[in-house]
Design a protein. Structure first.
Length: 513
């Protein structure tokens, strides 16, 4: 959910620690500055000892006992501490994932256990979340900080090269990908499947945030770097690993920590922007100025169809709703709302009507498709239309349909029949993506696959402009049917659910974006 604008914010601070017996106590003590600020409503510091082999565990235990005594003496409970330990060294990324499991703050930020960064800059980062619709804030050591220790020019050159390469792959313009100070909304961070165990976490997080279309901000921070004699750990081997990591995460579509295969396939299709543009170009001339989209998913098509006078994007998946709410931030014409087409509308909800109800690849998921169309009709304003896409060809039903939860694929006659039963006439009916039906048959019926391969997605994206021009001439059945449905004048349709309650067609009140 998008962060509300307010005067203070709760924060979880992750502190990965490995063999920092001389620095960690002072570094943790510095974090108390956060409790002195009105910007922080609550601070939880989660310290993860990543299998230290020096006296770090003893230092942390002494610090924990001291803070417990201070708390018992009536010290402020605004700042709390949690100490965790890995029995063996697993790396910074693994320590961050362990801390993330326990995070309850609105924003999570990573803080190193050495003294290279000062937590006063965390306060400046938090202010961005309060004042801007930020999803993430990076602290840059190279963006004009007030104080920066002069040290290791060749190291800085390597950093800038890797940052440039990461920016090229992610299409960001960050000045410091390898900064420790990264603050991310906790709900967003928990929804990203992080897998890097070591410093490869840095490009992984930047690239996956970019692919999730997160709103990333950057501020200058002070930096007091250490030399290798003083304990700096990152070296040239980490640079080589970073190169491989940038390539790996650039190709990866593992962007959502969700077991819904539909979300996974949507994420993979997002790697084919030309195909999504083709879909949007097909739907755009059919839509009016006041649109309700039922089943918006991750909002990739919605982004192509706005701006409009009003556009309400709906879904039932919490992860998709959070994505839609983030997209809606800063777009006054766009609203995200929960709406379950397979159930009666919630009583007492806000009335919303539209000149166009857009429903793409949803009807095939529902047992009662006729009832769903009745509910879509109830959302329409006078003279409105339903724009519908459904999968074509019952004979093409295969493993891809099963994994996506499809109940059926439609023929043109099937669609006309169910539309007529719901009180609609089919104003127009066209086919879409004829070459795609061959790929669907090959993958779902012959190879019995449960997802598309990345190479296939790349080919789809590459070929989409040509397929768009040649689609009508390809002698194959279409993959999808695109229909425009108009209510039959004077047709009386039963708008009651199975329990006999009237269905108003209302949408639940949209959550603030």
């Amino acid at each position: 959910m998008t962060m509300p604008k307010k005067g203070s914010i709760s924060v979880s601070v992750f502190v990965p620690v490995y063999n920092e017996q001389y620095f960690v106590a002072a570094s943790l003590d510095r974090l108390k500055i956060l409790a002195e600020s009105e910007l922080c409503s609550r601070i939880e510091v989660i310290v993860v000892d990543d299998g230290s082999t020096d006296r770090t565990p003893q230092v942390l235990e002494r610090f924990r006992r001291q803070e417990a005594l201070r708390s018992a003496d009536g010290a402020s409970r605004k700042l709390t501490w949690l100490f965790l330990r890995h029995e063996a060294n697993r790396g910074k990324g693994a320590a961050v994932r362990t801390a993330l499991k326990h995070a309850t703050g609105e924003v999570s930020v990573i803080h190193d256990a050495d003294l290279e960064y000062h937590p006063k800059d965390i306060l400046r980062m938090l202010r961005v979340f309060i004042e801007q619709p930020a999803d993430a804030v990076f602290g840059s050591r190279f963006a004009g900080s007030e104080v920066r220790r002069v040290l290791m020019y060749r190291h800085q050159l390597g950093n800038k090269f890797l940052t440039c390469l990461c920016n090229l792959m992610s299409n960001l313009n960050l000045s410091d990908v390898w900064t420790c100070y990264k603050a991310v909304r906790t709900s967003l961070l928990k929804s990203i499947p992080l897998c890097a165990d070591d410093f490869r976490l840095e490009p992984e997080l930047a690239i996956k945030l970019a692919k999730r279309r997160a709103r990333i901000f950057e501020i200058p921070i002070d930096y007091f770097g250490r030399s290798y004699e003083e304990g700096k750990k990152i070296g040239w081997k980490d640079g080589l690993r970073a190169l491989a990591a940038i390539a790996r995460f650039w190709m990866s579509d593992e962007l959502y920590a969700d077991d819904d295969p539909g979300v996974g396939i949507q994420a993979r299709l997002a790697l084919a922007p030309r195909y999504i543009a083709w879909v949007a170009d097909t739907l755009r001339p059919l839509c009016g100025e006041r649109v309700i989209e039922v089943g918006s998913g991750l909002g990739r098509v919605a982004l192509q169809l706005i701006p409009r006078e009003s556009f309400t994007a709906t879904d039932i998946n919490p992860l998709c709703l959070e994505e839609l709410e983030r997209i809606a931030a800063g777009r006054p014409y766009l609203t995200a709302a929960y709406f379950d087409l397979g159930a009666a509308a919630a009583p007492g909800s806000a009335q919303i009507s539209a000149d166009t109800v857009l429903c793409t690849n949803v009807l095939e998921h529902l047992d009662d498709d006729r009832g769903a169309l009745v509910r879509l009709r109830a959302l329409l304003a006078e003279g409105g239309r339903v724009v519908l896409t459904v999968p074509n060809g019952p004979g093409n039903f295969g493993t891809l349909d099963q994994i996506l939860g499809h109940r059926r694929r439609y023929s043109a006659d099937d669609l006309r029949r169910v539309a007529r039963a719901a009180g609609f006439e089919v104003e127009s009916l066209t086919g879409f993506n004829r070459l795609g039906s061959l790929a669907w048959f090959l993958n779902g019926r012959i190879l019995r696959r449960k997802s598309f391969g990345l190479v296939q997605i790349a080919l789809l994206d590459l070929m989409s402009p040509l397929m768009k021009r040649l689609d009508r001439w390809i002698p194959l059945p279409p993959l999808d049917l695109v229909a425009v449905l108009s209510p039959i004048p004077g047709e009386k349709t039963d708008l009651t659910d199975a329990a006999g309650a009237p269905q108003t067609g209302a949408l639940p009140a949209a959550r603030a974006a």
